[in-house]
Design a protein around this ligand. Structure first.
Ligand code: FES
Length: 123
């Protein structure tokens, strides 16, 4: 069902865990399956210097979160907000159609974590 790249990202996920005292954190649930994803970010001068994820999710959710967190490290928050689940899927060489909804978790959690960072900055 999954290609080799996806299987590799699932078996050897990067950035698993939670950043202590994160600058931004976001948690989302997937309505279609009930799975949950949390992304925490370290942000310095609007640049994402570290990103970690925790999920109660399937192989596709783990593979896409690992890839998405790798992609956004080193990006500005503006750049990271433009990263879509489609780009993450392309980087992974594709996902089965019934697993596309899983890839949305990472994109949404990143957006929420950046929102959370901005809220904290505004205080
Ligand atoms: Fe729930 Fe994939 S089935 S995230």
């Amino acid at each position: 069902m999954y290609n080799e790249k996806v299987m590799d990202a699932f078996k050897n996920p990067k950035n698993v865990g939670e950043i202590e005292n994160p600058d931004g954190i976001g948690t989302v649930g997937n309505e279609s399956c009930g799975d949950i994803m949390q992304i925490s970010l370290r942000i310095e001068n609007d640049v994402i210097t570290d990103a970690k994820f925790k999920t109660f999710g399937c192989a596709a959710a783990i593979a896409t979160s690992s890839t998405a967190t790798e992609m956004i490290k080193g990006m500005t928050i503006e750049e990271a907000l433009k990263v879509t689940n489609k780009q993450v899927i392309e980087t992974l060489g594709g996902l089965p159609a019934q697993k596309i909804h899983c890839s949305v978790l990472a994109e949404e959690a990143i957006k929420l974590a950046i929102d959370n960072y901005r809220e904290k900055q505004a205080k």
